[in-house]
Write a protein that binds this ligand. Structure first.
Ligand code: FE2
Length: 407
């Protein structure tokens, strides 16, 4: 038994979003709805299944992509106040994010410089300093070592040299990015490129953090594929996503390695015969941004936005998704609270019971077809684009190559 789909409520937006560009996207979708079409690229893509299975390639993806690029690791709304922190394992690294006294976010390896113990237990909270539970070495929110108990017996410890290891970290458009390799700088504006102003329109930094839940998933590329097309909506999600969304009907755009899918909601039918000035994009379109390599922002023009951060786990077979629900404002009434809870439960259940269940089966099936190719459709430009981007980065090229052009 599936719960009723949470109501899609338009929010904000057109003070921040250029209404004309939103209407242009809506015009594309109305055209697709009239013709039963979707954005397509010129060719299918053949992706050797061996590339999913190759352990050595997986290790290169971790080392040359996930540990190098600016990685979306959290939303700003999770750390609203000075001292708020979040400790988590990300792609095989223990890290801690903390909002420092100057309001910026610091990212550090969450590993004590004495015995390599995890300093901050996994989770969120607020603190002025962090004390390692093993021998009580203490660090401030900038990672500086401030206390070494019994130092007269331990011997002098150089404070500078033994601070927590800092990672490059920056925040834009309500998203916190970190680079997992110490000393590697990060140019977030260049990395986000043309996607940055679009993300800034969503106003995520002003949102209220409602919930974050973790969802274990299969191999990261198998999981990513499922985020990047709406071709599967009617068959895999007949009682959830497909109740509100048309299947196989999307406007697709790429911005360097990043992407935007806009799906046609069934409510678009109300506007088919209406003049453009009466269109309401937030009610008719399902907007999903994808920040390479692992973040989906769904519903950014609405009351409730669901942000999924999907990253590889410790092994080839595992990924971990942190699904966050952001609200335009904290619930003001028991009804609003209930509606937010319903949204969070509904998205979580749909991902867990439908997408991730299917993708686990995909992963279990892949090795049987080891010598074959995976065929990626002309109607799956997002899936094509992510594999092209991975190839590009592994060849040492820039991720900001040519745009995929629609046929
Ligand atoms: Fe799905």
């Amino acid at each position: 038994m599936t719960e009723a789909v949470p109501e899609y409520k338009a929010a904000l937006v057109f003070e921040a979003v250029d209404r004309e560009s939103a209407l242009d996207i809506m015009a594309r979708l109305i055209e697709h709805r009239r013709n039963g079409t979707t954005d397509m690229v010129a060719e299918q893509r053949r992706e050797p299944i061996a590339k999913y299975l190759d352990q050595g390639l997986w290790e290169r993806e971790i080392a040359e992509i996930f540990r190098v690029v600016p990685l979306p690791v959290a939303t700003s709304a999770e750390l609203p106040r000075v001292g708020d922190f979040k400790a988590m394992r990300v792609v095989g690294r223990e890290i801690v994010l903390v909002r420092a006294a100057d309001g910026t976010v610091n990212a550090m390896l969450n590993v004590c410089r004495h015995r390599s113990m995890k300093v901050v237990p996994q989770g969120c909270g607020s603190a002025r300093r962090f004390t390692c539970p093993y021998h009580s070495w203490t660090y401030d929110t900038d990672g500086r070592l401030t206390g070494v108990p019994g130092e007269e017996t331990f011997g002098a410890v150089d404070r500078e040299e033994n601070s927590l290891v800092r990672l490059a970290c920056d925040e834009r458009a309500g998203i916190i990015f970190a680079c997992l390799t110490p000393d590697l700088p990060m140019d977030l504006e260049a990395w986000l490129g043309d996607a940055l102003p679009l993300l800034e329109q969503l106003g995520l930094e002003k949102c209220h953090h409602f919930s974050t839940r973790e969802l274990a998933g299969p191999n990261w590329k198998v999981t990513v594929d499922g985020f990047l097309e709406g071709y599967h909506f009617s068959s895999l999600h007949p009682n959830t996503v497909a109740l509100t969304n048309y299947s196989n009907m999307a406007a697709f755009d790429s911005y360097g390695p990043h992407m935007r899918h806009v799906f046609a909601l069934k409510s678009i039918d109300r506007f088919l015969d209406a003049p453009r000035k009466e269109w309401e994009p937030a009610e008719a379109l399902g907007l999903v941004y994808w920040i390479f390599p692992g973040m989906a922002i769904a519903g950014g023009w609405r009351e409730r936005t669901v942000v999924s951060i999907m990253l590889p786990g410790d092994s080839w077979a595992e990924s971990m998704t942190r699904q966050t629900v952001l609200l335009r404002h904290a619930p003001q009434s028991p009804e609003e609270l209930l509606e937010a809870e319903r949204t969070a439960d509904w998205f979580y259940a749909a991902f867990r019971d439908e997408d991730y269940t299917a993708q686990t089966e995909v992963m279990n099936g892949l090795s049987s077809l080891a010598g074959k190719d995976m065929l990626i459709g002309r109607n799956e430009p997002g899936v094509q684009h992510v594999h092209e981007t991975i190839d590009r980065l592994l060849r040492g090229e820039s991720a900001h190559g040519d745009r995929l052009s629609s046929a």
